[in-house]
Each structure stands twice: as C-alpha cells, then as structure tokens.
Design a protein around this ligand. Structure first.
Ligand SMILES: NC(=O)C1=CN([C@@H]2O[C@H](COP(=O)(O)OP(=O)(O)OC[C@H]3O[C@@H](n4cnc5c(N)ncnc54)[C@H](O)[C@@H]3O)[C@@H](O)[C@H]2O)[C@H](O)CC1
Ligand SMILES: [K+]
Length: 536
C-alpha cells in the first residue's frame, strides 16, 4: 500500500484534474461525502449532538464545508467556525462555502483572537469537532490564531474527527508543526500519508480510514510514490516455497559471528532466532574461550571457537577460518554482542570487502562501521544494516533528535548513499532500499523496548535470507513478523514484561498466521491504526 507525501499527493491531485479532466470540485465532493460516511460510522452508537466544523481557508476547509452540508441534510445540528475571512476563501472551497450558507448552516467568521474569544462559549457547546483547519497544504509551524484554535479544541476533550490529517501534523514526517490536533479518527483521501504512520503522528491520527475519491490508480505510479506500508499481502508473495522433499541442505546454512564476555546471550538468541525463522543450519562463530558457554546455551546451532583478542573478542586472525567457513553458507550475520575492539573492526572491514554472500550487520558491527562507513561501498554482496536511532546517529553523523524528526528521510539518504538495505529500528520501524524506496512497518508495541529484541530481529532477518529470500524482502518480512509476534504476546500475556526469547519462540506461529491470512496481524487495541486493505 502506498504511503504518500504532501508533495506527491498534490501532484496526484493535479494530474487527476489536468490529465483526466476530473474537476477538483468532484474530488472535493467525493472527499467530503466519503468522510461524512466514515464520521457517521465512527459515531453511530451515540447519535452526534452539536457538531462544530473548524475550517481553515484552504481546500481542507472546503472538505469541511461539504461535510457540514451532508450532516445538515441528515438533520444533525452543525455550525461552521471559519478561521478566515469569507473573502479569503477561494476556488472550490469558496463554492462550497456559498452552498453551505445557502442551505442555512450557520457560519461564524473568526478572523482573529478577539473574535475567537467572543465565540468561545458557542464553541464550548459543541459535542464533537470536525477538524478541517489545515491539511496537506501545511508547510511550516502553525501560525497565528490557528494555534489558539487547535489548543482550544484539544482542551475540550471532545471526540475530534480530522479531515485528511490532524491539523498541525506534518504529512511527510509525522512530527507536530509546533502544535497539532489530537484526533479520535481521521478520514484521509486517496492514500494514507507517511505522517499518519510515523510517530507521534500515529497516536495523533486515531482510527484511520482511506477514502477513495476517484484518483486513477495509474496516477500514483506516474507520480512515482517512493513510500509503502508493509502489508502481509505483499510479503506473502516473497516467501520461499519449501519443496515437499526438502532436507536441511536445501534450507540454507547461516554463519553468524557474535559474542563477547557478558554478551553470550545475544549470540545465542540470534542463532536460535535464525532456526525459528526456518534456517536449515546455523554455525555460530565465537571467541574461543566462550565456546564452552555457548555449547550449553544453544542446542540446534553448531559452534566454532575462533581466534580471540586479549579481551576475548574475535581477532583479525580469525579471517582465514571465517573465509573457509563461509564457502557453503548462504548468509553471513555479524554483530550481536561482538565488542568494538580494533582487531575485531579490522576483521569486519575485511569481511565486508570480501563477503560472497548477503550480510546482515547489527549492534557492535554497526558501531565498528561508524568509524569508516565508506567501507560499505566495497561490499560485493547485498547488505542489511539494522541500527536503532543511537547507532544510526553514530553511522550517519546526525544527532538522534535529527534522525527521529525525519526517520524516513534519514533512512532513505543513508541507504541510497551506501547502497544498503537500512532498517531503522524504533516505533514504526522503517526499511529503506538502496534505490530509495522506503517501507514503514505497522506492527510492534512499546513492550519491545527491552533487551535482546534486536538480537532476535538480526537472527530472524538472517534466517530468512539464508532460505533464499531477497535482502529487502527479508528485512521487511523480518520487522513485520518481529513486531507481530510481540503484538501477539502483548495481547495474550501483558503489554510489557514479555521476553525477547518469547518473541523468538512465537516466530513460527506468527509466520504461519502471516502465510494463511490477508488481514493485518496486529492487535487493534494496541495499535489504533485501522487501514482499509482495499485501498492498496
Ligand atoms: N487529496 C486530494 O486529492 C484532495 C484533497 N483535498 C483537500 O485539500 C487539502 C489541501 O488543500 P490546500 O488548499 O492545498 O491546503 P490546506 O487547506 O491544507 O491549507 C492551506 C491554507 O492554510 C494556510 N497555511 C499553510 N500553512 C500554514 C501555517 N503553518 N500556519 C497557518 N496557516 C497556514 C495557507 O495559507 C492556506 O491558506 C487536503 O488536505 C485535502 O483535505 C481536496 O478537497 C480534494 C482533493
Ligand atoms: K485537518
């Protein structure tokens, strides 16, 4: 399913109007009518009392006028609070303002803070708000008394239904532009926007419905949308089909380099997660002194003790053994609990330059690469990097705050520059491909903010790659399944306190669920996101 930016959406509107001759007025009518149906569906249990429509001067306000008209026709008491002069409303929005007034809907013009104060008592009487103040036309921090209006509506603690996007939310990043409406539900048009899915936008959006307004499907392709939501339907087609007579030679062999003192659990969890993902065999290469410990920790994986440094981390002299081990492998994963010593770093650099198989790199491997990210361009094989925002900061040189303010943009630019598949972890994980396409993951919950979850993800992605999945697909399937397995645990046990090993053990049945359904696997009570799977 496409996720679009404000600019892409505007280009699609234009293309629909100019190349297909569908008038903007028709799009606005379809938007307002569809949003009204979703509004009535959302409030069906309690027939709405007085409905206040807060309308801005642009086309978002225009959609609000159309909604006011349909609600009025249904006999629902509705008042339009116009946050602009009538004369300042132009085009299709002006036409609909005229129409709604002609029908007898009261329109209160509020052009400054003093008019706003004068009408505050009437505003307080509204039971439900329709927020049609600002849509995708927002380009900077919210200015003027729009700010006052947004704060006022939020303070009323009434249900708020946003038109297209919660006013004040940046459609491209999901960040508040100074201030934002906190919506109970949002009806958006044509396609979901990136800002609906990225945090904090996701919590400010409420239930989300994508309304079809008549944009021809080919227009999205022509505009070249570069963002997608990860959906089970798209993932399913990418899973390798296992032959009935499969043996473990068919199902791939992973080489995992991991572990240092105090971090043996990371190595063990990543290895077993690869097995849980369906990898045929896993060989775990670890510092020699740790072999006795890991032999008892992992049962199904094989272990190989490798030359180590004085700190008992992998030494550069392990190179030859590793290269001989890699010969019959389908994937190399490096990182969980690896340590960040210089000799380990030299070993890693040489592996990146020579790996004949796809590489997955996480944790300390990323911290080591951060010293010299240009080595990535020398890798002859596909790479998946799985940084959390702190590791991403070290890799890219941008602060964590900058990265979090535009996760899609930072993931995309790193993936393109270094030709890697970049998994930027955290709430609403994003996966960027080397060609700049970015996927946003809808699964996962706050209970995953716990030790070991990243090691499970590394093993899972590596396990999928080992079975022959293409690198980008393995990264997307990995983050989706990882989050969905955790959502299942959060639902069945408790929202927090479930363990990484439990997520790991839940992987096979989550994968089975993915392969046997088209429905999103997440639990709606944990994830308020609702999306129309028809609107792909
Ligand atoms: N998606 C579609 O196909 C359709 C979308 N529609 C709706 O149109 C809006 C976008 O409309 P647009 O006129 O471009 O912009 P807005 O209404 O969002 O806002 C423009 C308005 O707001 C002022 N403004 C901009 N930034 C700020 C700011 N930071 N502070 C204060 N004021 C600001 C600006 O000056 C303008 O006056 C889309 O969201 C949909 O709801 C169509 O109706 C149907 C087709
Ligand atoms: K809005």
């Amino acid at each position: 399913m496409y996720l679009v930016t404000a600019d892409e959406m505007q280009r699609m509107d234009r293309a629909t109007i100019e190349s297909f001759g569908i008038p903007g007025r028709v799009l606005m009518e379809n938007a307002g009518r569809g949003a009204t149906a979703f509004f009535l569906d959302s409030v069906h249990r309690h027939r709405p009392g007085a409905v206040g429509v807060a309308a801005g001067p642009g086309n978002n306000g225009g959609d609000g006028f159309v909604m006011a008209r349909y609600l009025h026709q249904k006999g629902i008491p509705v008042t339009v609070f116009l946050l602009a002069r009538r004369a300042g409303v132009k085009g299709d929005a002006a036409a609909n303002l005229k129409l709604v007034e002609a029908m007898g809907v009261p329109v209160v013009e509020m052009t400054d803070a003093s008019a706003f104060n004068a009408h505050a008592p009437l505003m307080r009487d509204q039971h439900i708000w329709i927020d049609a103040i600002l849509g995708t036309g927002l380009r900077s921090d919210v200015r003027g008394y729009f700010r006052t209006a947004i704060d006022f509506i939020n303070r009323q603690e009434r249900p708020v239904f946003s038109v297209d996007i919660a006013s004040g939310l940046n459609a491209d990043t999901g960040q508040r532009c100074g201030v934002s409406i906190r919506a109970t539900a949002t009806a958006t048009f044509g396609f979901a926007k990136v800002g609906h899915l990225a945090y904090p936008g996701r919590t400010l959006t409420g239930r989300l419905k994508v309304i079809e307004i008549g944009i021809p499907p080919t227009v999205a392709a022509e505009v070249g949308c570069r963002q997608r939501l990860i959906t089970p339907g798209a993932l399913k087609k990418r899973f390798p089909v296992r032959p009935a007579a499969a043996h473990k030679g068919h199902t791939g062999h992973l080489l995992l380099l991991a572990g240092s003192p105090g971090k043996t659990g990371a190595a063990a969890m990543a290895a077993t997660s690869a097995m849980r993902a369906g990898s045929g065999l896993v060989t775990l290469g670890i510092p020699r002194s740790l072999n006795p410990v890991l032999e008892t920790m992992v049962t199904e994986s094989m272990t190989v003790g490798l030359p180590e440094t004085a700190e008992m981390a992998l030494d550069e002299s392990a190179w030859e053994t590793v290269m001989s081990l890699i010969v019959d492998k389908r994937c190399l994963a490096v990182g969980p609990g690896l340590g960040t010593g210089r000799s380990t770093g030299r070993l890693l650099n040489r592996l990146i330059e020579a790996s004949p198989v796809p590489l997955v790199m996480d944790a300390d491997a990323l911290n080591l690469i951060a010293a010299n990210p240009s080595v990535l361009s020398k890798c002859p094989s596909p790479m998946v990097l799985t940084p959390h925002p702190g590791e991403m900061s070290r890799l890219s040189g941008h602060s964590t705050a900058e990265i979090q303010a535009d996760r899609v943009g930072h993931a995309r630019s790193f993936a393109r520059q270094h030709r890697v598949h970049l998994v930027l972890k955290g709430a609403a994980t994003v996966v960027a491909d080397p060609d700049g396409t970015v996927f946003v993951n809808p699964t996962g919950n706050p209970g995953m903010a716990a030790g070991g979850m990243g090691d499970v993800l590394t093993g899972l992605i590596a396990g999928l790659l080992t079975q022959g999945m293409e690198a980008g697909a393995a990264a997307r399937a990995g983050v989706y399944l990882h989050g969905a397995a955790a959502d299942r645990l959060a639902r069945r046990t408790a929202p927090t306190g479930y363990l990484a090993t439990e997520v790991m053990n839940a992987l096979p049945r989550t994968m089975q669920a993915l392969l046997t359904t088209d429905a999103p696997l997440s639990w709606p009570a944990l994830d308020p996101l609702f999306y129309d799977t028809e609107a792909i």
